[in-house]
Design a protein around this ligand. Structure first.
Ligand SMILES: [Zn+2]
Length: 62
């Protein structure tokens, strides 16, 4: 357990690059504009930082 935790600490310090545990590719962080539907049915746009890798690049870039 202790060994696992120290590994997590090390990887969390690398703020700008993150490796995806699923595809093992480094994630690229981009600002992504997300459309969110509000309570009254109006669309709002929200900018979020997302990590893009092989798993979700098709979803993000279309
Ligand atoms: Zn991935």
């Amino acid at each position: 357990m202790a060994k696992k935790q120290s590994f997590a600490d090390k990887s969390s310090k690398r703020a700008h690059t993150m490796t995806c545990p699923v595809c093992n590719e480094s994630k690229q962080f981009i600002k992504y504009i997300k459309a969110v539907k509000g309570e009254k049915g109006a669309w709002k746009f929200r900018a979020v930082n997302v990590g893009v890798c092989k798993c979700n690049s098709a979803e993000i870039y279309g």
